[in-house]
Design a protein around this ligand. Sequence first.
Ligand SMILES: [Zn+2]
Length: 108
Amino acid sequence: MTTIIECASCGRLSLRDAGPCPACGAAKVTAKQAADRGVLVSWTVIRRPPKNSTETGPYTVAVVRLGDGPTVCGRIKNAEFAGPVGVALDLRAIENGVPVFEPARTVR
Ligand SMILES: [Zn+2]
């Protein structure tokens, strides 16, 4: 399980452990628990990071819908990930505010 917040004003779910709401800025949020397993919605491999980035390519950026929580943008540990969409991913860490996923190894 991982901690998410639900905004009392707009209702948005976000992968954070405290406010304010990233969508509307409201300070009043409620912390909840959400599954740390999600489903891959989309992904891309960044081979040449932007010029002002401190990152080195390649790395994989992914959109992941957490089981009962928000849809988040993060990374997949495998730098050359190749899908498919719909595969189960587990949240392994949050590094510098960015969720990092790996393909699920076990069936739940
Ligand atoms: Zn909000």
